[in-house]
Design a protein around this ligand. Structure first.
Ligand SMILES: Cc1cc2nc3c(=O)[nH]c(=O)nc-3n(C[C@H](O)[C@H](O)[C@H](O)COP(=O)(O)O)c2cc1C
Length: 204
């Protein structure tokens, strides 16, 4: 049986375009694989706490050396890591916020990029521990970054690098770009994203 993890990173609730396209993609992937289980982690409804001193100390300690407060923050991180390890397919959606990803999604990454769990240090540098997983990124933005403004895009390149770092290399992206350029431009961008989601699900 295959497992899909949907990580919703939009901060715009029901108005979110990245969520809308991510949900379409998940529906189509599920139609293709009806026995697929879906874990829906909606970070806007249940944001993970920002990491702090307890987290930063605890990741370097064995469980028996952690204080109760440290054990509590690590349990939150472990649960997010377990969900990621259990998934064969990961769909990550986010709005493009101030040239990068939303802070709720960044916080999820801070919890799942864990030495000893999702990557490890070797003599030749860090090595990702996740293998055989497929990831889809769904990113909605007011502006257009696929052309001349690519240097301002700290969302897709960042997500790709961080997923590569933990061992996920099979990554597809769906962009919904230029939605701030008026209703017509937004409709066009949404239409193109819907078609791309359909195409990617068919190819899965
Ligand atoms: C606080 C905030 C900051 C934003 N920053 C950017 C930005 O830097 N560049 C951009 O193209 N769009 C920016 N936008 C527009 C969003 O990317 C756009 O509304 C997108 O649809 C959000 O994704 P969502 O609909 O999935 O929430 C910003 C929106 C908000 C609310």
């Amino acid at each position: 049986m295959s497992n899909l993890l949907l990580v919703r990173g939009s901060t715009r609730g029901d108005d979110s375009l990245s969520t809308k396209i991510a949900l379409q993609l998940v529906d189509e992937l599920r139609r293709k694989t009806p026995d697929m289980t879906v874990v829906d982690r909606d970070l806007s409804l249940a944001p993970l706490p920002h990491i702090g001193a307890d987290f930063s100390a605890a990741i370097r300690l064995t469980p028996e050396d952690r204080t109760p407060a440290q054990a509590e923050v690590i349990a939150v991180s472990d649960a997010a890591v377990d969900e990621l390890l259990d998934a064969d397919t990961i769909v990550i959606s986010t709005g493009f916020i101030n040239f990068g990803i939303s802070s709720i999604l960044k916080s999820w990454i801070d919890h799942v990029a864990r030495a000893g769990r999702t990557f490890r240090y070797t003599e030749n540098g860090p090595v990702g521990l996740l293998s055989g997983k497929k990831a889809y990124l769904v990113i909605a933005s007011g502006g257009i970054y696929s052309g001349d403004a690519a240097a301002f895009d700290f969302a897709e390149p960042y997500l790709r690098r961080v997923l590569n770092f933990i061992g996920i290399t099979d990554i597809e992206a769906i962009r919904i770009e230029g939605v701030a350029y008026g209703p017509e431009a937004a409709e066009k961008a949404i239409g193109a994203a819907k078609a791309r989601a359909q195409e990617l699900a068919q190819a899965a």
